[in-house]
Design a protein around this ligand. Structure first.
Ligand SMILES: CC(C)(COP(=O)(O)OP(=O)(O)OC[C@H]1O[C@@H](n2cnc3c(N)ncnc32)[C@H](O)[C@@H]1OP(=O)(O)O)[C@@H](O)C(=O)NCCC(=O)NCCS
Length: 136
């Protein structure tokens, strides 16, 4: 487990591409890392970043900006490890997840997150709804 820094941005963008998630680019991450308090955790295998989580301080909680595990490394508990690390920082944790992302929703439920509300059309690219989840 390592702390992510600005230098990890290219590797973060690569994970993002392979996971087909929000499609954050290296530029998006560079902007995000300028926000005070933004940080993250990563897991490497053979010197390559294979799983990563980025979070930023929200109002009374830490907000998970992105979470991705390379397809070759999924279902081995890596996302659970990363989320546990953030939870252990001792603050409530919030995040948005696509309504249709059953895998991620199962992961978060298993970690004690609850649904707060649905946010219609949250994902501008395709208009999918988000669920705001909270781990108190
Ligand atoms: C969602 C994601 C982060 C899970 O990462 P992971 O390292 O495979 O997750 P874990 O191995 O820690 O799994 C923990 C739990 O999540 C759930 N889960 C994970 N993958 C699942 C799958 N393919 N099918 C069903 N449940 C799944 C299960 O409850 C699992 O517990 P179990 O293995 O004891 O059944 C990963 O699939 C991913 O990167 N997906 C693409 C990007 C994404 O959706 N990110 C989240 C955006 S909000």
């Amino acid at each position: 487990m390592k702390r992510l820094t600005f230098d990890d941005i290219p590797a973060l963008a690569r994970i993002e591409e392979e996971c087909f998630i929000e499609g954050w680019t290296a530029d998006d991450y560079a902007v995000q890392f300028e926000v005070e308090g933004t940080s993250g955790f990563g897991i490497e295998d053979a010197g390559q970043l294979v799983a990563a989580l980025v979070y930023t301080p929200g109002e009374g909680s830490l907000y998970v900006v992105s979470l991705g595990v390379l397809p070759t490394h999924q279902r081995q508990g890596l996302a659970t490890k990363l989320m546990t690390q953030v939870i252990n920082l001792g603050q409530p944790v919030t995040l948005h997840v696509r309504v249709g992302n059953r895998r991620a929703r199962a992961l978060y439920r298993g970690l004690g997150f609850v649904d707060v509300r649905t946010e219609p059309g949250f994902y501008g690219e395709d208009g999918e709804d988000a669920i705001l989840m909270l781990r108190p």
